[in-house]
Design a protein around this ligand. Structure first.
Ligand code: FEO
Length: 399
């Protein structure tokens, strides 16, 4: 029984779904799982584009054979070497010993380093082409989207972009792989979370890639994660464009740590004032409970960020420290920042977060609020003032 795998032209979907993994890259939760997409072009020259996580090789091979039976594969195009896509290269080479690997110079350094393969290389440069018969491929170097070797492959016969991680999202493909045949509701938030967690640091390279691809007439995007995009291309490209420019909506993320509830009370006062001043999008994250994956996604989404930390052994509360590090790694830009915190006998967290404010380059709003032990009338007023100032800054942007 042949499973339907055709996308268009001679291009087939041969990816797999991972509903077993809890944490992507060992860090990022996968409540809806993740797909590793690979594509097979059944042309005069049979061509595979990227592979899948090695744990799925048996299923993957069956999917390939479902399309081409016992015929050999001529080319394996390696758009990206991260092991969620390159993991099956060595086994593919064992099953198809005459297959030629297609990649750029940087790709092959990694192919040798990860898989010990140094033969049958077809090295391509930006703009090089490969004629498969009906399908005509062109290679576009898009470094740092998401690794230095990353490239994309465009098929001019059917206007398909094989995009690597770009335009991808978390979430398995449950039944169909085409966006026209599935309910896409879960993928939009999962796209923001995927982008902010995995690609978030590389806003400028993503922008360069988008400019480079702007001249192509793309009718189908085949990413390595998530649905094959056809009718949603405008929306998908717009999401990646906005996120890579660090463009955000009106709203505030309040991320706080609180051991005994006192710092949390400060967060409540700030949030109430933001709301009273007309800000509706307020997301509050207790960092001891919220996974940083979701906090980062919200920080990418909203313009305002308020961070609250108790002093812990003369330092920033460790969970806040970890969040701050993740924010700095991603070089998030153009956010309004407010700071608050508490201490029992000697304050340190608020002062140390001031260093983060400088490093981040964010526009600091109001004065940091530091509370000794518990809420007083004066602290209450200071928290209100911080909420009001951030609300006014956001409202000023409406004009
Ligand atoms: Fe899905 Fe950067 O690998």
């Amino acid at each position: 029984m042949k499973q339907n795998s055709l996308i268009k032209g001679k291009v087939h979907y041969v990816g797999v779904n991972d509903r077993n993994k809890h944490l992507f890259e060992g860090m990022w939760p996968l409540p809806y799982g993740v797909s590793y997409n690979s594509y097979l072009i059944d042309d005069e020259k049979i061509t595979l584009i990227d592979t899948v996580d090695i744990n799925f090789f048996e299923v993957y091979l069956q999917k390939i054979q479902n399309v081409i039976g016992d015929r050999p594969i001529d080319y394996l195009i390696i758009n990206h070497m991260e092991p969620d896509h390159s993991g099956s290269i060595r086994l593919i080479k064992q099953h198809y010993p005459n297959i030629k690997l297609v990649g750029n110079k940087l790709t092959f350094g990694m192919v040798q380093g990860y898989y010990g393969l140094a033969e049958d290389q077809h090295i391509v440069k930006d703009g090089d082409t490969l004629d498969l018969g009906y399908h005509k491929l062109t290679f576009h170097m898009t470094p740092m989207v998401h690794w230095p070797e990353t490239m994309m492959t465009f098929d001019s016969a059917e206007n398909i972009l094989f995009a690597g991680d770009a335009f991808g999202c978390f979430g398995t493909l449950n039944g169909g792989f085409l966006d026209t045949r599935i309910n896409t509701d879960i993928y939009w938030d999962e796209m923001v979370r995927y982008y902010s967690n995995i690609v978030g640091k590389y806003g400028s390279p993503v922008q360069r890639a988008l400019q480079k691809l702007a001249g192509l007439s793309i009718s189908t995007i085949c990413s390595t994660h998530g649905p094959v995009w056809t009718e949603n291309i405008g929306k998908v490209v717009d999401i990646y464009d906005r996120l890579s420019r660090y463009e955000a909506e009106e709203g505030v993320v309040i991320a706080y740590g609180s051991m005994y509830g006192n710092t949390e009370q400060m967060a409540e006062v700030i949030a109430a004032e933001l709301s009273a001043q007309g800000i509706k999008n307020i997301v509050m994250h207790n960092v001891s409970k919220s996974n940083p994956s979701y906090i980062l996604a919200d920080i990418f989404k909203y313009k305002g960020l308020i961070i609250g930390s108790p002093t812990y052994s003369n330092q920033i509360y460790p969970e806040i420290e970890a969040l701050i590090s993740k924010i700095l790694i991603r070089e998030i830009k153009v956010r309004y920042l407010g700071l608050f915190g508490s201490f029992t006998w000697a304050g340190a967290a608020v002062k140390r977060m001031g260093e983060f404010a400088t490093q981040s380059g964010f526009e600091v709003i109001g004065s940091p609020v530091e509370m000794k032990q518990s809420m007083s009338a004066s602290t209450y007023e200071q928290c209100q003032a911080l909420g009001a100032q951030l609300a006014q800054r956001l409202i000023a942007d409406r004009k």
